[in-house]
Design a protein around this ligand. Structure first.
Ligand code: NAD
Length: 320
């Protein structure tokens, strides 16, 4: 079972200035580690890590992981990759390069350093799943040439590379398949459903529901997701995964819209839009492996997490 590392380590977090990465950097500093945050600021910002810049054990390096990186660290979390469809579809070739070339560069670094490396993979590797809920042994249902493929297939190829570096080079690789995560520091205009709904509701605009609103998502609060990633990396016995990290409580998009309005105490106003291509209809993790191997399950309920996220966006939209 899980044990905390006994001594401070030098930990590299790629994509550390992004939404998830900045929370992970914070958590690692709290645990007493030295953190090297590497980011090209494609979707991440210095503002996300501004409170950490003065920390004596925090270092920030602007670097694009599609180019090799030579640093000395004990552990690597590879989170660099735009995660929202709006962002990863802006430059799909760069998105694939970030996943594939980025994985090759970081796996090469991990091999040289004999360092454990964790890949932030995604539930998108399951595509529009034919199995529900999704277990880690489900191979997925992905359109390899659709508009989401740069992300889905890039992440799938990165998983392949992680598995092959383990088989071929004996590297200690770990793969987390992260499901929809939300919380403070999401970007207001990133097009993800939680931020879309909260921002629209705070502005008094109707919420845009794509399709009939019956498609389901499972929303995990960011502190829970980060806890899962840290536990996976902290496992003393190498645990290659993949391990699903997500909240198995399933909500329809329409239910999410209603809950946002309820928390804000406003009547529901929605407009409908057609569903984008290859949008998954159901998404829900089976987390038996995370429960069993990591002793992990999410703690924050959607209402609580949404309330905290709404407070963040309220402050951000009013410049607070
Ligand atoms: N948030 C989620 O719901 C979710 C779900 C599944 C998987 N993930 C994965 O977790 C990771 C972090 O996601 P996030 O939600 O924080 O997204 P994000 O866009 O906020 O963060 C990604 C970070 O990576 C950086 N980046 C992008 N390309 C880079 C490159 N070539 N070199 C260096 N840095 C680069 C960005 O600037 C940003 O700071 C991603 O790999 C994503 O695929 C996230």
């Amino acid at each position: 079972m899980r044990t905390e590392p006994s001594q401070p380590l030098r930990v590299l977090v790629t994509g550390g200035a992004g939404f998830l990465g900045s929370h992970l950097c914070e958590r690692l500093l709290e645990a007493g580690h030295d953190v090297l945050c590497v980011d090209n600021f494609y979707t991440g910002t210095r503002a996300n890590v501004a409170p950490l810049l003065a920390h004596p054990r925090f270092e920030l390096l602007r670097h694009d992981i599609t180019f090799p990186l030579y640093v000395e660290v004990d552990r690597i979390f590879n989170l660099a990759c735009p995660a929202s469809p709006r962002h990863y579809q802006l430059d799909p070739v760069q998105t694939t390069k970030t996943s594939v070339h980025g994985a090759i560069n970081l796996l090469g670094l991990a091999k040289r350093l004999h360092a454990p490396i964790l890949q932030a993979s995604t539930s998108e590797v399951y595509g529009d799943p034919a199995q529900h809920p999704q277990t880690e042994d489900y191979w997925g249902h992905v359109n390899p040439i659709g508009p989401r493929a740069c992300y889905d297939e890039g992440k799938r190829c990165a998983e392949t590379l992680f598995a092959d570096y383990r088989r071929q080079h004996g590297l200690d690789t770990r793969i987390a398949r992260i499901f929809n995560t939300y919380g403070p520091r999401m970007q207001p205009a990133d097009g993800r459903v939680v931020s879309n709904f909260i921002v629209a509701a705070l502005r008094g605009e109707p919420l845009t529901i794509q399709g009939d609103g019956w498609q389901t998502r499972a929303f995990c609060f960011v502190s829970d997701t980060v806890d899962g990633l840290v536990r996976l990396m902290d496992l003393p016995d190498s645990c290659p995964g993949p391990v699903n990290i997500g909240n198995p409580a399933e909500f329809t998009v329409a239910e999410l819209a209603a809950l946002v309005h309820e928390i804000l105490g406003r009547p529901v106003r929605v407009v409908r839009q057609t569903l984008p291509a290859d949008d998954p209809k159901q998404r829900c993790p089976d987390i038996a492996a995370a429960r069993g191997k990591l002793g992990w399950e999410p703690k924050i309920e959607l209402r609580d997490g949404l309330t905290r996220t709404i407070s963040y966006f309220k402050a951000r939209l009013t410049g607070g």
